[in-house]
Design a protein around this ligand. Structure first.
Ligand code: FAD
Length: 385
């Protein structure tokens, strides 16, 4: 019998990747401790307070299956069998993703998903500490300092190795980069986004087709809407930062309403809180993060958005982060030496992540400018025939 104590890993971030990785590793016998900047979403509610959703594809489902989390997550997923394209002044048209419902994607609620994965991580044996924001790391003595943002108190811990699942603005990446240059490059898009909401009908139904990803393509910009199980849709408007129209020319709720009246007249009556929502939240930035190196010997490794954040137009950031989690767990199965495991992980995932980042950038052009182009549609039909 093997009586050696379990090896330990310290995860930074209990978001989507952090909580899935915690399940995978705990089930393999690792002692997993997770530190999360925010409060426990099961107690205080999810941070944004709004229904934000994500497109889950087979890549992501495969990873959820590997963690035994698929069934729990899919309970509240809404199937999207294609793009419902809303051209200006013409009826909406469904473009299926595949020949039938065996090739579809799913809309899932970010908060529900995170809460489900957190619960499963704790059930698998992981310990999650909330209100712990990674502040600094001493890689010489393997100490990390966390701050509790409620009282600004520091909390120091000793670690064997750190895994950064702390998102696009990763504090661990910054600490690693200070120790040894990772070759970081961030390219911001000159477009940003705002999220709005279509509420359900008075009897709790969907106001537009439920089983589709809706797109209103308008050339230089576009609006999309994904369904939520409770009958709402999360609407996201992607708009340039400069020019006309842009976020620079659309500041007030009244200006946003005028933009919708002109360019998205069929969507406007569906969004009763447009003015208030527009003024309550600043536009979100979009960018692509490239790193030459994702790890620092056996002392730290990055995954998910912390390693390769991407623009959301392929709906693959989370799916790709989930694939990372499986790949890292498998690399740790293959090598006892952490530096070797992290090197193998990077070798297996770096080129894939880069390819998805490029596809995500290309898909913006397709979604906003080509999905209602007759030549594009004919080409697509020929490809599917
Ligand atoms: P995150 O989900 O960002 O989690 C990071 C966690 O780390 C958070 O809980 C955070 O609080 C915590 N944290 C941050 N800093 C610290 C710190 N210093 N100390 C401790 N904890 C910290 N992807 C899809 O697959 N499908 C989609 O449809 C999709 N749509 C998107 C739409 C938009 C508008 C955007 C912006 C992104 C979208 N994405 C989508 C991408 C997806 O949101 C990300 O790829 C995914 O959230 C990455 O997961 P993550 O765990 O790496 O990072």
């Amino acid at each position: 019998m093997n009586s050696s104590p379990p090896r330990s890993l310290t995860l930074i971030g209990a978001g989507l990747a952090g909580s899935l990785l915690a399940i995978l590793l705990s089930r393999r016998g690792w002692k997993v401790t997770v530190y999360e900047r925010r409060g426990d979403p099961r107690i205080k509610g999810y941070e944004s307070g709004r229904s934000i959703n994500l497109a889950l594809a087979e890549r992501g489902r495969h990873a959820l299956r590997a963690a035994g989390a698929e069934e729990a997550v899919m309970e509240r997923a809404v199937m999207m069998r294609g793009r419902m394209v809303h051209p200006p002044g013409a009826p909406a048209q469904l473009q299926r993703y595949g020949r039938d419902d065996s090739e579809v994607i799913w809309s899932i609620h970010r908060a529900d998903l995170n809460i489900t994965l957190l619960r499963l991580a704790e059930e698998a044996g992981a310990t999650v500490h909330f209100h712990r924001r990674l502040h600094t790391v001493d890689f010489e003595s393997n100490y990390a300092r966390f701050i509790d943002d409620r009282d600004d108190q520091p909390h120091d811990i000793h670690f064997e190795s750190l895994v950064g699942a702390d998102g696009a603005g990763s504090a661990l990446r910054a600490a690693m980069n200070r120790k040894s240059v990772l070759g970081e490059r961030i390219e911001f898009l000159d477009h940003s986004y705002k999220e709005l909401e279509i509420p359900p009908t008075p009897d709790g139904g969907f106001r537009i087709e439920a089983n589709a990803l809706h797109i209103w393509p308008r050339g230089r910009y576009m609006c999309i809407a994904l369904p939520n199980a409770e009958g709402t849709f999360t609407v996201t408007l992607f708009l340039p930062n400069e020019g006309k129209p842009s976020f620079a020319t659309t500041n007030s709720g009244a200006e946003a309403e005028a933009l919708f009246a002109q360019d998205f007249p069929d969507a406007l009556p569906l969004i009763p809180d447009l003015r208030e929502d527009w003024e309550a939240h600043p536009p979100g930035l979009l960018g692509t993060l490239y790193l030459d190196r994702w790890y620092l010997g056996g002392r730290a490794v990055l995954l998910g958005d912390a390693a390769h954040a991407m623009v959301p137009f392929h709906g693959q950031g989370m799916n790709c982060a989930f694939e990372d989690c499986v790949a890292l767990a498998e690399a740790l199965d293959a090598h006892d030496d952490l530096a070797c495991a992290y090197a193998l992980f990077q070798t297996r995932r770096h080129a894939n992540a880069y390819a998805i980042q490029q596809m995500a950038l290309e898909n913006y052009l397709e979604m906003r400018d080509r999905v209602d182009d007759p030549d594009f549609l004919l080409q697509r039909e020929l490809e599917q025939a």
